[in-house]
Write a protein that binds this ligand. Structure first.
Ligand SMILES: Nc1nc2c(ncn2[C@@H]2O[C@H](COP(=O)(O)OP(=O)(O)O)[C@@H](O)[C@H]2O)c(=O)[nH]1
Ligand SMILES: [Mg+2]
Length: 302
């Protein structure tokens, strides 16, 4: 399957790291030295201290140097962890949810919010759902234009105002248009700026207020975008204001070309917020639902 190949390509650096560390413990005896090296390698891939520690302690107590045993322990621990973040796909939530289903994308600047919203809109459209994009990042003209270009490319309408206008006003128009056109899903792209309280929180609260007033229960998904290439820093970021912002799902971007793809495991271990989507490239098809089993199979494939 093309998507799996792309995921595999994307995770190539992370996979190399994991494979290398795996060799440390399956190509010989499980010595204390090998275990320590194994743990260090896993930490390099940013799986986090919790997951790395659990793996090592299970291997240590297992006491068997049999290759298949080690691989099975690795798979079991990783799978148990990944199940923490497995959930229904956004498509399922949208189909089950109210109409329009409202998604608010938030996150620090440059993590991939705009791109992910456009890719998601395209994906939902191909699944016979009607999306509407809302350009609520009014901070820079280029941001509005960026979404507009995506909109024309994928054939999805974009609700926009001029640069510098109040994001909440665009959100108001977006939801009104969504209802009037009877769309299935309204995807709201917001400005990220810095992850300081004032910048990230202020605007989001106001937009959420408008949504709640215009459509009680909305937003139905507060989707936080995190950049996979920054590894553990993404986890730190994700923890900031996450409750105050009411984050309900994550999109993990840029898993291509990073050796820190293990961050998915660290997020699963520490956050327990469902990862709805993963991004592995800049093309429109490079965003897919997160499947724990598929992810693990790709990660550990020989
Ligand atoms: N390689 C790669 N690049 C991505 C991915 N997602 C987004 N990008 C790129 O990251 C940059 C910032 O994305 P953008 O959506 O504008 O971020 P925003 O500021 O959060 O809206 C753009 O150049 C995107 O093409 C991904 O999954 N893989
Ligand atoms: Mg943007």
């Amino acid at each position: 399957m093309a998507w799996l190949d792309r995921l595999k390509d994307g995770l190539v650096k992370t996979r190399q790291g994991v494979k290398h560390s795996l060799r440390l413990i399956v190509d010989g005896e499980i010595t204390e030295e090998a275990l320590e090296e194994f743990e260090a390698e896993l930490l390099q891939a940013d799986v986090g201290v919790g997951v790395a520690g659990r793996l090592v302690s299970r291997l240590r107590t297992g006491g068997s140097a049999v290759r298949s045993y080690s691989i099975q322990v690795l798979k079991d621990v990783m799978m148990e962890t990944l199940l923490n973040i497995q959930s229904d796909s956004l498509e399922t939530l949208i189909r089950k949810g109210p109409k329009p289903f409202v998604i608010l994308a938030i996150g620090v600047n440059g993590v991939g919010k705009t791109t992910s919203m456009a890719k998601l809109a395209s994906r939902l459209k191909s699944r016979d759902l009607t999306p509407l994009l809302v350009a609520a990042d009014t901070f820079r003209a280029a941001a509005i234009e960026q979404l507009d270009i995506w909109g024309s490319r994928i054939g999805v309408e974009v609700i926009k105002h001029r640069q510098g206008s109040d994001p909440s006003a665009v959100v108001f128009d977006g939801i009104a248009a969504g209802k009037a056109r009877n769309v299935d899903v309204v995807l709201i792209d917001t400005a990220g700026r810095l992850h300081t309280k004032v910048n990230l929180m202020g605007g989001v609260e106001k937009m959420k207020g408008v949504l709640e007033r215009e459509m009680p229960g909305a937003p139905h998904e507060v989707l936080r975008a995190l950049d996979g290439t920054i590894g553990q820093h993404a986890l730190v970021q994700a923890k900031q204001f996450h409750e105050a912002l009411g984050v309900t799902g994550l999109v993990l971007t840029k898993l291509d070309g990073t050796s820190k793809g293990g961050i998915v495991l660290a997020i699963a271990d520490e956050l327990h917020i469902p990862v709805r989507l993963v991004g592995v490239g800049e093309q429109v098809d490079d965003l897919q639902d997160f499947h724990a089993k598929e992810f693990l199979d790709v990660l550990l494939e020989e």
